[in-house]
Design a protein around this ligand. Structure first.
Ligand code: PAF
Length: 530
């Protein structure tokens, strides 16, 4: 069951048999597996198929956090109205299975409608789950009256069948997400609902299976949805918090593309879905609009908090110094995630555990306490304390540098540290650097920077650093090779690879001083937030 071969199951009996075998094997694999949080869970991604990059991001997140990943593919008749596109909805099982296989999914559950709802064909009674009308009658519920009852019914049924510990839903369907979170809380499903960020094409258009209905001209027109949300976001960050101005900003931008027919533009509380007059804490700004006969939805969350600045990029691009300076200049907390991964690597090396013994590493990271303690001098990086021991200097050794990628790539390590980082960031006001901060750790970060530099320049900087620290000189050629290898490793790993976020601003630092790079980022920040 740990092999990468995928199982395509189409009946309830097959699914139940598979899960029974899974639990037998899990119990036989000993207490280590049962104890290790990141490896004992079933992660579930419910879909209607026609998988796109949005779905893939849910699958990747589930793969990253769970031992077993199950994707359901079922075009649910209960959630389509009589005049809607149930018959026409794209069904692409062969291609979907390929996507799932490549993403390391263990099981596809793709039952027929006859298998799940035999009564429908007989026009017989079907028991349904009725979510609160307070959540269903607004927003999309106005034009799709029975839709969310159908969604709640199939999701409850799938939760009962799959019995996952975690289930992954995209934020694009914000109303669906709120309804499912309520369903899980009210009916005590033992499932953690994991909301995942909206994934967009380069144009800004959010991925959706219904994008398949758009002509290329319509796809282009549809990009105005994202632009209008971005306009409102800019207004929000320059101080506007009130409903009328935010909604009017969206309306005006949408009006620049007359082929887009808005159905609603709303500002609501993201959990209760009640209209907001003003954003006090967090607001959900949501749009539904048609282009031709295709109905599209999109939204953005507006957080009333100090911004998060996320700085990603390859090793040696100057991220940590720049991020520290940016934090200092803007009065933000500097969260050095690289130091956290180094701290775990140091702990692994000094405890005598082999870096490749993933179970032992997982146990160590589960139990370790990492603290980043700001120093009184803003020019000195925070002190790094692991399990009470100050390791600030030790984590910069060549030994740690050589092993940190291998440790950081382990799912249990990343899972544990990402949770710690997200706790630090929950109230905003941080500058944070890494490789997957803008794409994975803080996908809602208000300002994302991708800091890069050529391999030659990065090798030259590393050599200078080693000379300053009086560490044996290594040839430039060797350093270039090491950097190239690390880039390859960082970008190709399946878990949280180094990637530039779609909405990141790229800054090449080759011919720039640290001060110039810092000034560029500080200017970008002020342009957006003051
Ligand atoms: O979001 C979807 O694709 C569907 O509404 C879901 C959650 C799979 C239920 O059919």
């Amino acid at each position: 069951m740990t092999s990468k071969s995928i199982s395509l199951l189409t009946t309830v009996a097959e699914l139940r048999h598979y899960l029974a075998q899974f639990y037998i094997q899990l119990n036989a694999s000993g207490p280590k597996f049962r104890r290790n949080n990141a490896f004992t869970k079933i992660g579930f991604v419910p879909t209607m198929g026609a998988l796109h990059l949005g779905h893939l991001s849910l699958i990747q997140r589930a793969r990253y956090e769970n031992r077993l990943v199950i994707v359901s593919i079922f075009v649910n008749p209960l959630q389509f109205g009589p005049a809607e596109d149930f018959q026409q909805y794209p069904r692409t099982l062969t291609a979907d299975a390929r996507v799932c296989e490549q993403a390391g999914v263990d099981v596809i559950f793709a039952p027929s409608a006859q298998e799940l709802f035999p009564m429908i064909a007989l026009n017989g009674p079907v028991t349904q789950v009725v979510p609160s009308s307070q959540l269903t009658e607004r927003l999309c519920g106005q034009s799709r009256p029975a839709h969310f009852q159908g969604v709640a019914t199939i999701v409850a049924k799938l939760f009962n069948l799959v019995q996952p510990q975690r289930a992954y839903f995209g934020r694009k369907d914000a109303q669906q997400l709120a309804i499912i979170q309520r369903l899980v809380a009210d009916l005590n499903f033992p499932v953690e609902v994991v909301p995942c960020p909206i994934v967009r094409e380069v144009s800004g258009l959010a991925y959706s299976s219904r994008n398949a209905y758009l002509t290329s001209a319509q796809s282009q027109q549809a990009t105005v949805l994202y632009r209008s949300l971005q306009q409102a976001k800019r207004a929000f960050y320059s101080g506007c918090r009130d409903r009328t101005t935010l909604i009017t900003t969206v309306e005006q931008e949408l009006a620049t593309t007359p082929d887009i027919k808005p159905e609603y533009i709303e500002l609501v509380d993201p959990t209760m879905l009640t209209p907001l007059v003003e954003v006090e804490d967090t607001g959900l700004l949501a749009i539904a609009a048609s282009v031709g006969s295709t109905r599209l939805i999109d939204n953005t969350l507006l957080h009333n908090r100090k911004p998060i600045v996320a700085i990603d990029g390859p090793a040696g691009a100057g991220k940590s110094t720049v991020t520290r300076n940016v934090a200092k200049a803007l009065g933000l907390l500097y969260l050095d995630t690289g130091a956290m991964y180094r701290a775990v690597t140091w702990l692994v090396l000094q405890s005598g555990v082999s870096v490749s013994d993933q179970d032992a590493v997982a146990e160590l990271v589960e139990q370790c306490q990492i603290e980043l303690l700001p120093t009184s001098d803003a020019n000195t990086p925070p002190r790094v304390v692991v399990n009470g021991q100050d390791v600030t200097a030790k984590i910069r050794s060549l030994e740690v540098t050589a092993q940190v990628s291998a440790v950081a790539a382990q799912p249990a390590v990343r899972w544990a540290l990402v949770k710690q980082q997200q706790r630090y960031g929950s109230t905003g006001g941080i500058a944070v650097e890494g490789r997957d901060i803008g794409t994975h750790v803080f996908p809602d970060a208000e300002l994302k920077i991708f800091l890069t530099a050529s391999v030659g320049e990065r090798a030259r900087r590393r050599q200078q650093e080693l000379v300053t620290q009086s560490i044996a000189t290594i040839s430039l050629e060797q350093l270039e090779q090491d950097i190239e290898q690390r880039d390859r490793q960082d970008s190709s790993r399946s878990i949280a690879p180094l990637r530039k976020a779609l909405d990141a601003v790229e800054v090449n630092t080759d011919s720039l001083s640290i001060a110039e790079v810092t000034a560029q980022i500080v200017t970008l920040y002020h342009q957006q937030f003051s």
